[in-house]
Design a protein around this ligand. Sequence first.
Ligand SMILES: Cc1ncc(COP(=O)(O)O)c(C=O)c1O
Length: 411
Amino acid sequence: MPTRADCEALDAADPLVGWRERFALPEEIIYLDGNSLGPLPKATAELLDEVVRRQWGSGLITSWNRHGWVDLPHTVGAKIARLIGAGAHEVVVADSISVNLFKLVAAALGLRRGRRVVLSERDNFPTDLYVVQGLSELLGHRIELRLVETGELESSLDQDTAVLMLSHVDYRTGRIHDMARLTAAAQAAGALVLWDLAHSAGALPVELNASGVDLAVGCGYKYLNGGPGAPAFLFVAERWHDAARQPIAGWFGHAEPFGFQSEYRAAPGVHRFLAGTPPILSLKALEAGVDLLLEVGPGELRAKSTQLTELFIQLVMDRCAGHDLDLASPRDAQHRGSQVALRHAEAHAIMQASIARGVIGDFRAPDLLRFGFAPLYVRFVDVFDAALTLREILADRSWDRPELKRQAAVT
Ligand SMILES: Cc1ncc(COP(=O)(O)O)c(C=O)c1O
């Protein structure tokens, strides 16, 4: 079993070791929750200071043109496109994943008229399911959200399926879907496919165009390190640009927003998927996070993230044996994203005890401890120390206190 000295040696040899310095991470904590909220890049704080004081403070409204604010949904979208195997003109930054799903599911239904089913899996992230439920209600239940178990996805595709909507990486377990295979299966049934990249963009190589994907969404606040509530992005394959329509027909998606005409006329290309005024400060923060990732190859990120999750699993299996902890993530690294989920009946209290000792992960109901291993700033010694902390908490039962069992609004 690897020792702490082994982990120090791994850090010394790690080609990504210097990247941690680019983040404003408190020294006393081990941050294993970048899959929920990425940490603050040092460059972001400096950039935002400049944007707030100079561009907003001095430039005022002239900055919409002078500093390219009006183009930011596209300029940042084009940068994100490089992380997900998309064309620069196929991605825009806008709104949240939830709102973008509404737009894209509606667009997919429009492109597949006569088909009434949105197919997904029962364990998909709730907002993805809620959005389709809301859309179904709005459409007088003319469409249906059909939820099946993961293993039944392909056999459930039929001539009624308008769109297969899935998360690339499962938010709980970290399981990676075979994007190319499921995309091909959906399209063979005549359906479109819509991928949620919340847990894959910026964490592992994603090849949307090479996989033939039609539509995708993803978020800015996790592995892209765009800050709390950072705007999301959406992808529409070029082949759908002319035909696709979305229902939130706002002025920023109009062909001529400053023509102030009373009739909506969709802008060309992916531009029509914008709705209202873009959040410039948040876009700038997201751009700084994305710029950082663009300096590193996705292959390098994936290689280290696999090593980190593998090491954590090995250490936990060895050091925490006999404490009723089960691995909920795939054991095979090829099928696992950048996180590890462990199942325990007292997962909430255990995670609270861990946070109290400076090891920050999160809890996902009903019984999962979730640890994210973002390779840009997590060190091998962090993995070692986190596994040891978990063992101490389980051994001394320091989690067994009423105050640690009370759940806060955000877990
Ligand atoms: C897979 C997935 N989709 C969507 C969301 C939420 O997206 P938003 O808050 O941008 O609507 C999350 C949040 O964690 C998520 O994990």
